[in-house]
Design a protein around this ligand. Structure first.
Ligand code: ASP
Length: 290
């Protein structure tokens, strides 16, 4: 199938790791329909930055993934969420970590980028800022969050959502949001809101990671994808493979989605599956867990 210009592309993930004993039909259908929606927005000229934020907000609000409504409490019983967004063209970024009490952490991350001179706000200060910006609160955390139905017995159970996009003007953007690893310690912050580790976008590539965040931080995985393109001349998929191999070399597991300025896309994982959807520049849309 060939399409006329503009060239646009979009990749979504709903977290690394799938459990053999349950069906992911609902997540796959959701990711597929979101990819259709995102593709339509991109093709009608929406900026990549808006589209990745819209996609991640919809993933957060769905309750289908371990982010936003689907987040699980940490060991202290608190819902501390992380999110980040990065605008590739201007290399602007915003993030929140250990944020409690808001429906859409990615909206808070974008507000940090657009309404402060900072990149990352944490904990109570991030919540105070989100309140000041009038972002929608979670009024009753115990009534709102719906943690995963099935127990996850992996050593470091994970789940995150993310989106990367190339828009019709050639701009790239990435956004990621997570409830973090399950059973995390109070105050733990993972790779998602760390610019360069779990989220990255520049003029070459937009990248969003999922998996055992500590390893992605130690590998600086998201920025490593772009560095491999820039310094080693790798194509995007080889760069994603190289970055993920480095995570694996450290002992970590997870996945990486990426898109570059030519419309090349990549979605790789070394975990047991990764919920994802891809809207290719040629018009095809695929979604799956493997
Ligand atoms: N990377 C996320 C974190 O470590 C978790 C995940 O992707 O599932 O917080």
């Amino acid at each position: 199938m060939t399409r006329s210009n503009p060239l646009t592309a979009l990749v979504l993930h709903g977290g690394a790791g799938v459990l053999a004993e349950r069906s992911y039909d609902a997540e796959i259908a959701h990711l597929h329909s979101l990819a259709e929606e995102g593709r339509a927005a991109l093709d009608s000229g929406a900026p990549a930055l808006d589209v990745v934020c819209d996609m991640v907000r919809a993933l957060e609000l769905s309750g289908l993934y371990v982010a936003g409504k689907g987040a699980s409490p940490n060991r202290a019983g608190r819902y501390e969420l992380d999110a980040a967004v990065m605008d590739g063209r201007a290399r602007r970024a915003g993030a929140v970590s250990a944020l409690e009490g808001f429906l859409s952490p990615v909206d808070a991350a974008r507000a940090v980028m657009e309404h402060t001179p900072h990149v990352l706000l944490a904990g109570e200060g991030a919540a105070h800022f989100a309140r000041e910006r009038g972002l929608a609160p979670v009024r009753d955390p115990d009534g709102y969050y719906i943690p995963a139905a099935a127990p996850d017995t992996r050593a470091i159970p994970t789940g995150t959502v993310g989106a990367v996009a190339l828009d019709a003007s050639g701009a790239l953007a990435a956004a990621t949001s997570t409830g973090g690893t399950l059973n995390k310690v109070w105050g733990r912050v993972g790779d998602t809101p760390i610019i360069g580790s779990g989220t990255w976008a520049d003029e070459r590539a937009a990248v969003s990671c999922t998996g055992q965040g500590e390893f992605f931080m130690r590998a600086n995985a998201a920025a490593d994808v772009s560095a491999r393109v820039r310094y080693a001349g790798s194509d995007l998929d080889a760069a994603v493979k190289g970055a993920l191999d480095d995570v694996a070399h450290l002992g970590g597991e997870g996945g990486i989605i990426a898109v570059d300025a030519s419309g090349a896309v990549s979605a790789r994982y070394n975990s047991p599956g990764m919920k994802h959807a891809i809207a290719y520049p040629d018009g095809r849309i695929t979604a799956g867990v493997t």
